[in-house]
Design a protein around this ligand. Structure first.
Ligand SMILES: [Zn+2]
Length: 338
């Protein structure tokens, strides 16, 4: 092949690799009905199935230009090791964003106590797995769990990831239980900060966005999944105006394409602002790569090679390639790793 173009690799800050198996299934008329189908799929996963499905999915990610992945894992401790091995096999940098689940979901997702969760997390660390603390959500973790996990992550200087404000019902339930919206509750429990990533924030209101800004927290947008699940629109321009750092994740892995995630982000922002070029090309590349690394606590991740002779780049001047990749290319412009 002719000369390739080296660019920073993308960082996938939020993945549930097993959900790749659900793509194309029409079942589940809304998020909550889809969630039942998802739980059913989760319930059937074994160490062997995780090892095989995740290795395939991570190879797809690596081929698409994601060179690091934060796997938000809530299928239990044994399968977490299988996921780490699958990532090794696929040659992708791996962070186990290990889910704490206090209530709801399936029995395999839950731990008896925060102490039991931390024991599992420390065992993973002891096996050489890079980890992040991850109270699953304000649905799955009661207040005392959030407080303890926030403290632990701060004491150990670990990243903390948490889903919040993905669905209106989740917000309503949180207000009913706590008198607070999800991100207000997280702030109250000491779960926000520069090492925190809030996944989605789709329905975050002004005060919640201010709390994210004031605490230096990151928001992980999962654009293709949020579209697929009918979650709503990321408040992209409101986040940007506050200077809240964004990163991206392929989440349910209905699509695995960093360019498409970034294109949807910029597309939402353009529709919200009624103008073009809301995020600059440099900003979008940072969102796709460096910000994801910050979110996962990574200092380094591999670069990627782009094929400039690909049909979708034909006639594009070299100085426009980085913008053209996001505006109009699919992940097949990435040269697969040797
Ligand atoms: Zn998620």
């Amino acid at each position: 092949m002719a000369r390739t173009i080296s660019l920073p690799g993308f960082v996938n800050a939020h993945s549930h690799a097993f959900q790749r198996a659900l793509r194309g299934r029409a079942a589940g008329g809304d998020f909550w009905a889809w969630r039942e189908v998802m739980l059913d799929e989760a319930g059937g996963q074994t160490e062997a199935s995780v090892r095989a499905l995740y290795a395939r999915t991570y190879r797809e990610m690596r081929a698409a230009g994601f060179t690091a992945v934060g796997e938000f894992h809530y299928l239990g401790a044994d399968t977490a090791l299988a996921a780490a091995e699958a990532a090794d096999e696929a040659g992708i940098v791996f962070v186990c964003v290990y889910g704490a689940y206090g209530r709801g979901g399936l029995p395999r997702m839950r731990q008896e106590s925060v102490a039991a969760y931390l024991d599992q997390l420390e065992r993973l660390r002891g096996r050489g797995v890079t980890v992040a603390v991850a109270p699953h959500s304000v649905r799955a973790c009661p207040r005392d769990w959030l407080e303890e996990l926030g403290r632990y992550a701060a004491d150990h200087a670990l990243p903390l990831h948490v889903h919040a404000d993905e669905q209106p019902r989740e917000v309503e339930e949180c207000i009913a239980e706590h008198g607070l919206r999800p991100i207000e509750l997280l702030a109250d429990c000491g779960c926000l900060g520069e090492r925190t990533t809030v996944v989605h924030a789709t329905h975050a209101e002004g005060h919640e966005l201010d709390l994210l800004r004031d605490s230096g927290s990151v928001v992980c947008a999962c654009l293709t999944t949020e579209a697929d699940l009918g979650d709503g629109f990321l408040p992209a321009t409101r986040l940007r105006h506050r200077g809240i750092p964004l990163c991206v994740g392929s989440d349910s892995n209905v699509r695995i394409d960093p360019f498409e995630e970034l294109r949807q982000l910029e597309g939402i922002a353009r529709r919200q602002e009624g103008r073009r070029n809301v995020f600059s090309t440099d900003e979008l590349w940072e969102i796709g790569g460096a910000n994801g690394a910050i979110s996962l606590g990574l200092e380094a991740w591999p670069t990627i090679e782009i094929d400039p002779t690909h049909a979708s780049l034909e006639g594009v001047a070299e100085e426009h390639v980085r913008a053209a990749l996001i505006a109009g290319c699919g992940a097949d412009v990435v040269v697969p790793p040797a």
